[in-house]
Design a protein around this ligand. Structure first.
Ligand code: UDP
Length: 239
């Protein structure tokens, strides 16, 4: 698959939980630094990098609403959590001398930039890592949908979804040793079989714009760079 070696611009989506290490909550600075190093090794290849980071390590809207909080307020809290994660990742990338912009769907000018599509494209052309924060800016969505939306807007060639496992399986590989990994799987199969890649709105948005989703393990050191160079195992979700 030669497309794997010709990527010019990519979207990296990680969950908030990827930043919490072995803790049950929040940010684990050594883990943030390790992921920043993964991003750097791809940035060093000249690849233009967009990132979306979830907020589940701090707050999820559904969790708040399950406790009786009004859903939209809880979702705004979740979006704010993603801004905190984005700032932590920006700091870690800047420690590695990578120019980085945090771009929020909800303007908060003292903290980061507002989202202006042409401006974000310009940052990418200048090889600045763009971290898109505050999700889509709308309640009832997820950061998977935000990653898909921004990846389309930024004309990324694919979404790289870094997870704890090296692809998409027919059942949970941490529970079932006989779980089978797909090399490739279609968007429709993901939707029909409820394979836990991304939520349905994100999958549908990727499908309708023919945006491939590459699911790979972020726990593997050098994994992100390896996948971009065509090494390692992953699942490609496509049309
Ligand atoms: N969220 C939202 N709209 C968006 C993106 C996120 O309301 O466009 C809220 C939602 O409450 C979600 C929380 O932000 O639960 C954190 O995002 P997500 O659950 O996607 O984080 P992840 O699971 O990737 O860590």
């Amino acid at each position: 698959d030669t497309s794997m070696t010709t990527h010019g611009r990519v979207m990296l989506k990680i969950s908030g939980e990827a930043l919490m290490g072995d803790q049950g909550y929040g940010l684990h600075p050594p883990t943030v630094a390790r992921i920043a190093q993964e991003v750097k090794s791809v940035h060093d290849l000249g690849v233009e990098i967009c990132m979306v980071i979830g907020g589940g390590n701090i707050f999820r809207g559904l969790q708040g609403s399950a406790q009786g909080m009004e859903r939209t307020t809880a979702d705004y809290m979740g979006m704010l959590a993603t801004v905190m994660n984005a700032l932590a990742m920006q700091a870690a990338l800047e420690d590695l001398k990578i120019h980085t912009r945090v771009i929020s769907a909800i303007p908060m000018d003292q903290v980061c930039e507002p989202y202006i599509r042409r401006r974000a494209v310009r940052h990418l052309e200048k090889k600045r890592v763009c971290i898109f924060a505050a999700g889509t800016g709308n309640p009832y969505f997820t950061t998977d949908t935000a990653a898909t939306l921004r990846a389309n807007e930024m004309a990324c060639e694919a979404i790289y979804k870094g997870t704890k496992v090296d692809g998409v399986y027919d059942k949970d590989p941490k529970k079932y040793p006989d779980a089978k990994r797909y090399d490739t799987v279609t968007y429709d199969e993901v939707l029909q079989k409820h394979l836990g890649v991304m939520d349905a709105s994100a999958i549908a948005l990727a499908r309708d714009n023919n945006l491939p989703i590459i699911v790979f393990s972020l726990d593997e050191p050098g994994g992100f760079r390896g996948i971009l160079a065509g090494r390692g195992t992953y699942t490609k979700v496509h049309g």
